[in-house]
Design a protein around this ligand. Structure first.
Ligand SMILES: NC(=O)C1=CN([C@@H]2O[C@H](COP(=O)(O)OP(=O)(O)OC[C@H]3O[C@@H](n4cnc5c(N)ncnc54)[C@H](OP(=O)(O)O)[C@@H]3O)[C@@H](O)[C@H]2O)C=CC1
Ligand SMILES: O=C1O[C@H](COP(=O)(O)O)[C@@H](O)[C@H](O)[C@H]1O
Length: 496
C-alpha cells in the first residue's frame, strides 16, 4: 500500500446525518481532489431511510456543493459511494453489509482494508461494534479501524463500559476516538511552537510563566441539539475533551520522539497530574453559567431555557470557567484558566501564555506600567501567533511602548487550511493515531471532570440564567482570576 494514497473501504454509520453531510463527505472530497486518496476506495453509507445508490450519490454531491460552495469538479467521485439501508439493531442486515463489502473489495482492490466510522447517536456505538464482530465484518485480510465520534461516555463509568464493549471487537490501536480540536491546524502547531523554538522551550515552566488562559467561545446557541446538550452541558461537551486536550498539549513534557505512543504518553501524564477537585472545592475552582436572552452579532436571541428540547427550568450549564493546577515539577503554582461557552460575544479560540514580570524593572521609576509579555496562539477563526513585547516609546526618554509581533497563518494568499475532519480522516487512513485520543486520556479526563458534574447536577444554580447572550459570561468568571490578581486577556485579534 502506498501510505500517502491509502486505499480502503469506508463504512459510515449515520450517513444521512448532519455530521456526514457537513463534515465527512466534503472532507473525503477534498482528500480526493488533492490526490490524497487512491482510486481504490469506496464509501458505504448506512442509515435507516430507504435510498438507492443513485439517490445517495445525489445527496452526497449536494452536501459537498453546499458545504464547499463549489461545483463538484470530479463527476466520477460520487460513483465511489454506495448506500446500504438498515437499522443497526437488526442482526440480519449485517450479513448483507458483509457481502457488499466483500464485493466492493473485489471491485476496488482495497486489500480488505476497512474503516468503520460511527457517525450516529452514541447509544448505538456498543451495539454496532459488537455486531461487526459477531457477524464477521471485522474478520478481514486487511487492516480494520474504528472511528468513534464524541461523546465517549457521559462520565468515567459509562465511558469505561463503552470502552470495554468496543475493545471486544477492536484493539486499542485500531480505535480512533475523534476529538476534532486535535485536527485543527493551530492546535497541532502548539507542539511545534513549543518544541522547535529556543526562545520558548527554556521559558516554558513555572519559573517564567505566571498563568495560561484558554478561551473557546461560541456565538451559536444550542441550535437543534437541545435534546443532547441539555443532558450534557458545557463541561462534558467541551471541557472534558477539547479544553483538556489543549491543556495537555500546552503542559506536556517534550516527547522522546514524535511517535503516537510517545506523544500520547506525555499527554496522559499531564492529565493524571491535574490536581483533583473535591466536591467541596468545586466553587473555589469552577464557575458555571447559563445564557439568558441578549443580542449576538446584532440580532436578538432567546435564552437557553427557551430553546427547543430544553427543559424550561434547566440546570444545565452553557458556560464553564475553571482554574486547573498541574501538580508536577514544571507547573507547580501556575494556574491554567479555561473558559468556554455558547452565545458569547465572539466566536474565538485563543491561548494566552502570560509570562512573569522581570525581577527588577528599570522603568518603574518613570511610573510606566510595563505590560507583561504575552504569547497568544490564535486557534480560530484567525490562525496565527502574536508576541507582546515592550519597546522604547519613539521620541521619548525612558518610556516604554507595547509592541506586537504578529503572524497570521490564514492571511497568506493561497494558504487554505484543511478542515480538521479532512486531516483526521487522512491520518486514520494512513494509520496515524497521534491526533486521536487514547483510552487513558479519556479516562483521566473523565476522572477529573466527574466530581464537578456531580456537584452541579445535585445543586440547583439559583442564579441561572446568569449571563446575557452576547457577553463574555458571568461576572464570577472574572472574579475567578481577580482573586489571584489576574484578568482575562481580550480574545479578539489585535488586527480586528
Ligand atoms: N453534527 C455535528 O456537528 C457533530 C456531531 N458529533 C457526533 O456525531 C454523531 C452523529 O451526529 P449527527 O450527524 O449530528 O446526528 P444526526 O442525528 O444528524 O444523524 C444520525 C444518523 O444516524 C442514523 N440513524 C439513527 N438511528 C439509526 C438506526 N437505528 N439504524 C441506522 N441508522 C440510524 C440517521 O439516519 P436515519 O434516520 O435515516 O436512520 C442519521 O443518519 C453523534 O455521536 C454526535 O455526537 C460530534 C461533533 C459534531
Ligand atoms: O464538539 C463540539 O464542538 C463545537 C465547537 O467546535 P468548533 O470547532 O466550532 O470550535 C461545539 O459547538 C459543540 O457543541 C461541541 O459538541
Amino acid at each position: 500500500m502506498n501510505n500517502m494514497n491509502p486505499k480502503s473501504l469506508i463504512v459510515i454509520f449515520g450517513a444521512t446525518g448532519d455530521l456526514a453531510k457537513r463534515k465527512l463527505f466534503p472532507s473525503i472530497y477534498r482528500l480526493y481532489e488533492k490526490g490524497n486518496l487512491s482510486e481504490e476506495f469506496a464509501v458505504v453509507g448506512v442509515a435507516r431511510r430507504p435510498l438507492s445508490n443513485d439517490e445517495f450519490r445525489n445527496y452526497v454531491r449536494e452536501s459537498i456543493e453546499n458545504a464547499l460552495q463549489q461545483e463538484l469538479n470530479h463527476e466520477q467521485f460520487v460513483s465511489h459511494f454506495y448506500y446500504h439501508p438498515f437499522d443497526v439493531t437488526d442482526t440480519a442486515s449485517y450479513q448483507q453489509l458483509k457481502s457488499l463489502l466483500e464485493e466492493l473489495d473485489g471491485i476496488y482492490h482495497s486489500d480488505g482494508n476497512r474503516i468503520f466510522y460511527l457517525a450516529m447517536a452514541p447509544e448505538f456505538f456498543g451495539t454496532v461494534t459488537s455486531r461487526l464482530k459477531s457477524e464477521g465484518l471485522t474478520a478481514t485480510n486487511g487492516w480494520k479501524r474504528l472511528v468513534i465520534e464524541k461523546p465517549f461516555g457521559h462520565d468515567f463509568e459509562s465511558a469505561r463500559k463503552l470502552n470495554e464493549e468496543i475493545r471486544q471487537a477492536f484493539s486499542e490501536n485500531e480505535i480512533y476516538r475523534i476529538d476534532h480540536y486535535l485536527g485543527k491546524e493551530m492546535v497541532q502547531n502548539i507542539e511545534v511552537i513549543r518544541f522547535s523554538n529556543a526562545i520558548f522551550e527554556p521559558l516554558w515552566n513555572n519559573r517564567f510563566i505566571s498563568n495560561i488562559q484558554i478561551t473557546s467561545s461560541e456565538t451559536l446557541g444550542v441550535e437543534d441539539r437541545g435534546r443532547y446538550y441539555d443532558h450534557s452541558g458545557a463541561l462534558r461537551d467541551m471541557v472534558q475533551n477539547h479544553m483538556l486536550q489543549m491543556v495537555a498539549l500546552l503542559a506536556m513534557e517534550p516527547p522522546i520522539k514524535l511517535t503516537t505512543d510517545d506523544i500520547r504518553n506525555e499527554k496522559v501524564k499531564v492529565l493524571r497530574a491535574l490536581r483533583p477537585i473535591s466536591h467541596d472545592e468545586v466553587d473555589q475552582y469552577f464557575v458555571r453559567g447559563q445564557y439568558g436572552r441578549g443580542v449576538v452579532n446584532g440580532k436578538e436571541v432567546i435564552g437557553y431555557r427557551e430553546e427547543n428540547n430544553v427543559d424550561p427550568n434547566s440546570n444545565t450549564e452553557t458556560f464553564v470557567a475553571g482554574k486547573l493546577m498541574i501538580d508536577n515539577f514544571r507547573w507547580a503554582g501556575v494556574p491554567f484558566y479555561i473558559r468556554t461557552g455558547k452565545r458569547m460575544a465572539e466566536k474565538s479560540t485563543k491561548i494566552v501564555v502570560q509570562f512573569k514580570d522581570i525581577p527588577m524593572n528599570l522603568y518603574y521609576r518613570t511610573n510606566e506600567k510595563i505590560q507583561p509579555n504575552l504569547l497568544i496562539i490564535h486557534i480560530q477563526p484567525d490562525e496565527g501567533i502574536t508576541l507582546h513585547l515592550n519597546g522604547k516609546k519613539s521620541g521619548e526618554i525612558m518610556k516604554t511602548a507595547p509592541i506586537e509581533l504578529d503572524y497570521c497563518y490564514n492571511c497568506i494568499d493561497g494558504i487554505n487550511t484543511p478542515e480538521a475532519y479532512e486531516k483526521l480522516l487522512y491520518d486514520c487512513m494512513r494509520g496515524d493515531a497521534t491526533n486521536f485520543t487514547h483510552w487513558d486520556e479519556v479516562a483521566a479526563s473523565w476522572q477529573f471532570v466527574d466530581p464537578i458534574s456531580e456537584v452541579w447536577e445535585n445543586t440547583k444554580a439559583d442564579d441561572f440564567p446568569n449571563y446575557e447572550a452576547g457577553s463574555m459570561g458571568p461576572k464570577a468568571s472574572d472574579m475567578l482570576l481577580a482573586k489571584d490578581g489576574f484578568h482575562w486577556w481580550p480574545i479578539y485579534h489585535p488586527k480586528q
